[in-house]
Design a protein around this ligand. Structure first.
Ligand code: ADP
Ligand code: MG
Length: 525
């Protein structure tokens, strides 16, 4: 019997290598546009026929290529972007491996026409079946046009894995959107089957994001900007109340769009709450020394590796929290609590209109409804959604001297919690919106809140936290309120998934637990 290990034929090897770079039409678009950006283009147009398999053209006004360069560009491992090994650890452009164009030549027909700024004429080449079949002069403006046709003509399996025209076009659009956000001063156009579907003029970043995702989306974002000696983290992230089931999450490392678990986790952790079905959107740019990121770890350069992951994590976490004004101690998403806080059978009884009695997998719980609700509300307003309710009739309040003192001292905290208020006259304020967790709201209630904040003086709590506790307390159901089964169920479930379910924000217990073991012991079993 011969050896089971054989040498693959070169043709197959080259198709395998090409397949890692060019996965689908959108990969061609990505590589071509990245080349145009590397060439310093100001205007990039991408034209696509159908799914991109028939043809894709990318036209730029960049620095172009000379006669010799055009021919070299399609040869394997030829690049103008790396001069030697040391450059590999300091990459500032998209390309460096010199394998995108040759890969496309292996799995498609490629035509390039280009004119360098240093030459008076342009050059045209055509590569078919992996071979240069034509080269001639051509009249054209500065810049480069690359057309990739008949993609995967020789790789039938790849074609089979491609999706519908609509899906492939969506991938192409996403690639262009991402790159266009990283380069808002470049104009981008996408034409599909002769219809212009994206047209972006050079503009500031915020306008670019708005042009792509819409104004409503932009309005839900808060700016993030953080800098220390090693790193700058900037961009935008959803305001805490604007989490959504459909999130746009974009990460750019030194302007390269990429996926990164660490950055993503740091942003999500910044919100502090575990997410059920709602997620934040974010567009985060990380700027750091090129030699502290390895961009050469993925065949399509979609991932990067940081030399110091914990530095990146903490900078992103900190930057995002500052940007969102999320205050208070950082608490990680809760660990799954098995047994002791796992409900068994969903049975609830209310005792004296004040306590809820229920059973867990390993015992019983007696829950103080007010303290429990206070905890739930507190976590919601400090780290989740601050939903604001506009008042139909603004509440006008005349403040006494002492009330006024506290009003000025805590005004910003109230605003941060969703109150909209303005002052008119010496001692009169008008409140036009309140956090929607507050069910009832009267001027007397607001006055009593101000006076309760006096306690802050003695407790020396963080001002924001003191105000949040007060709002949580005011919004929580009172002792003595009868609850329906559904209300009890919802309250208990929310409490059990809280970050800190055992205590109310003032530090009093929310529940008393007794395990089955303790019960048996007490009954002398
Ligand atoms: P890489 O980008 O890794 O260098 P590519 O195969 O993508 O490798 O491109 C090979 C070379 O062709 C580039 O280094 C560049 O010199 C040249 N090139 C490709 N596209 C363009 C373009 N649009 N404008 C100018 N030069 C280009
Ligand atoms: Mg390239």
């Amino acid at each position: 019997m011969g050896s089971r290990i054989i040498t693959l034929p070169p043709d197959l090897v080259s198709k395998i290598a090409a397949g890692e770079v060019i996965e689908r039409p959108a990969s061609c678009v990505k590589e071509l546009i990245e080349n145009s950006i590397d060439a310093g283009a100001h205007k990039i147009t991408c034209e696509v026929k159908g799914s991109g398999v028939p043809w894709i053209t990318v036209i730029d006004d960049g620095e172009g290529m000379t006669s010799e360069e055009v021919e070299l560009s399609v040869k394997p491992h030829t690049t103008s972007k790396l001069k030697g090994e040391s450059d590999l650890w300091e990459i500032k452009n998209f390309g460096f491996r010199g394998e995108a164009l040759p890969s496309m030549c292996r799995v498609a027909e490629v035509e390039i026409s280009s004119r360098s700024k240093t030459e008076s004429t342009g050059y045209y080449i055509e590569v078919k079946g992996g071979k240069l079949i034509e080269k001639r002069e051509t009249a054209r403006d500065f810049g480069t046009t690359v057309k990739v046709s008949n993609l995967f003509y020789n790789v039938p399996v790849r074609r089979k894995f491609l999706k519908s025209v609509a899906t492939e076009l969506r991938y192409i659009t996403l690639v262009i959107q991402r790159l266009s956000i990283a380069y808002p001063d470049i104009s981008f156009t996408l034409v599909h089957d002769e219809h212009e579907i994206l047209s972006l003029q050079s503009q500031p970043i915020a306008q670019r994001i708005t042009a792509i995702f819409g104004k409503d989306f932009m309005d839900t974002l808060a700016p993030v900007d953080y800098k220390d000696s090693e790193i700058r983290v900037w961009g935008y992230a959803s305001k805490p109340y604007a989490l959504s089931t459909t999130a746009n999450q974009l990460i750019f490392v030194n302007n390269r769009p990429c996926k990164d678990k660490i950055v993503r986790k740091a942003v999500l952790d910044a919100y502090g709450t575990p997410f059920k079905d709602k997620l934040p959107s974010f567009i985060i740019f990380i700027e750091t020394q090129p030699n502290s990121v390895d961009v050469n770890v993925h065949p399509r350069k979609e991932e990067v590796r940081f030399s110091d992951e914990s530095l990146i994590y903490s900078a992103v976490l900190k930057g995002t929290r500052e940007g969102l004004s999320i205050k208070g101690p950082f608490i990680r998403a809760p660990i799954k609590r098995e047994g002791e806080l796992e409900l068994d059978g969903y049975k609830f009884w209310q005792l004296h209109n004040s306590y809820i009695f229920t059973q867990t997998k390993d015992g019983v719980l007696m829950i103080d409804q007010h303290a429990a609700h206070e905890r739930v509300m507190y976590e919601r307003i400090t780290r989740e959604q601050i939903m604001v309710q506009k008042l139909l009739f603004p509440v006008i309040i005349e403040l006494s001297g002492i009330e006024q003192k506290f009003f000025y001292e805590f005004k910003d905290c109230f605003k941060q919690l969703g109150f909209e208020m303005d002052e008119f006259g010496e001692q009169t304020i008008r409140i036009s919106a309140i956090p929607s967790v507050l069910k009832e709201f009267t001027s007397n209630e607001f006055k009593s809140m101000l006076l309760e904040l006096q306690e802050y003086e003695s407790v020396k709590d963080d001002k924001f936290m003191a105000t949040a506790k007060l709002v949580a307390c005011k919004s929580a159901i009172k002792s003595g309120t009868p609850l329906t089964y559904e209300e009890m169920e919802s309250l208990v479930k929310q409490l059990l998934t809280a970050n800190n379910p055992y205590f109310c924000p003032h530090g009093r217990p929310t529940m008393i637990r007794m395990t089955n073991e303790e019960l048996s012991r007490k009954f002398g079993k």
